[in-house]
Write a protein of this length. Structure first.
Length: 293
């Protein structure tokens, strides 16, 4: 195995994934140490906070977040060649908060190939939707906020009102990740735990049971449970929810100057696919009590 010496240290070089079999770019150990060093443990609720905490994760931290042994993670980071599974590499990618390009690089360096592309439609490849028609549909719901999500809660279409209510939706957002991993969600979603977090986790468990081979759903589950202590605690309730159609929920958004707005959630699925949900937020009078479910 080829080696490289940097800063007085010698590292083995794993397959870089170059199609000619050539090794190029920085080796995996250097990349992984950089990825670890840039993460702030104080930003990760899943990690126990101690007085020693400083910027950067330890190998023990990453192993804990990825659900693997420290020995296994150290072996990977040190560049030891092995038949690492896609599931384990994805756990590490989630723990290190890697971008899609960085995740692909991890695969190339570790196992010599890019990750298998995954899509929420991988189990139903014949099912698809007309994106232009979908966008036209949600646009025609104005002024009612309307959006569509795929099987793993990626926002694939939204109208102008929805974007005004939730500016983050304009950037290829994932609804489930926003609810659990962004602190602002707890301020904007009234009764966050009972009315939003628990039903969403119940829906995630429902979809995972119905699509056990779906890689996007599996990665979403890992990311949420790794990044949110509250999600991990609520997950143990084993609740299963099919959808929130008809539920009354309350919002407290900057768009409404912080005033509470009550909405009824209307969810519909196109006849030709189960991988798409179209959601409308219908404003209604505040019932004056706890949100109905």
């Amino acid at each position: 195995m080829a080696q490289i010496t940097k800063a007085g240290l010698t590292f083995p070089i794993m397959n870089s994934g170059n199609r000619h079999g050539e090794v190029s770019g920085e080796p995996l150990p250097i990349l992984m140490r950089y990825w670890r060093a840039r993460r702030n443990p104080r930003d990760i609720p899943a990690l126990p906070q101690t007085v020693r905490r400083a910027t950067g994760l330890t190998q023990q931290d990453v192993a804990y977040l990825a659900g693997v042994s420290v020995r296994w993670y150290r072996q990977l980071e040190n560049g030891v060649a092995a038949d690492y599974s896609a599931d384990l590499l994805d756990r590490v990618a989630t723990a290190l908060d890697l971008s899609p390009a960085e995740r692909a690089t991890l695969y190339l360096r570790a196992v010599g190939r890019p990750p298998t592309p995954y899509s929420p439609l991988q189990e139903d490849t014949a099912e698809c939707w007309d994106q232009d028609l979908l966008q036209l549909f949600v646009d025609n719901q104005e002024p009612m906020p309307s959006y569509a999500t795929d099987l793993s809660w990626n926002v694939v279409a939204h109208n102008l009102t929805l974007r005004r209510w939730f500016p983050w939706a304009a950037h290829g957002a994932n609804l489930m990740r926003w609810v659990f991993l962004e602190p602002e969600a707890r301020q904007h979603l009234v009764n966050w735990e009972s009315d939003w977090a628990r039903p969403f986790l119940g829906q995630l468990r429902y979809e995972r049971a119905h699509h056990p081979a779906n890689a996007a759903l599996a990665q979403l589950e890992r990311a949420i449970l790794a990044g949110s202590q509250d999600a991990r605690e609520l997950w143990h309730r084993r609740e299963v929810v099919e959808h929130s159609h008809g539920a009354v929920r309350r919002l407290r958004l900057p768009y409404h100057q912080g005033q509470e707005v009550t909405v009824r959630m209307v969810t519909v699925r196109p006849l030709r696919t189960v991988a798409l949900c179209v959601n409308l937020l219908v404003e209604c009078a505040n019932p004056g009590g706890p949100s109905a479910s």
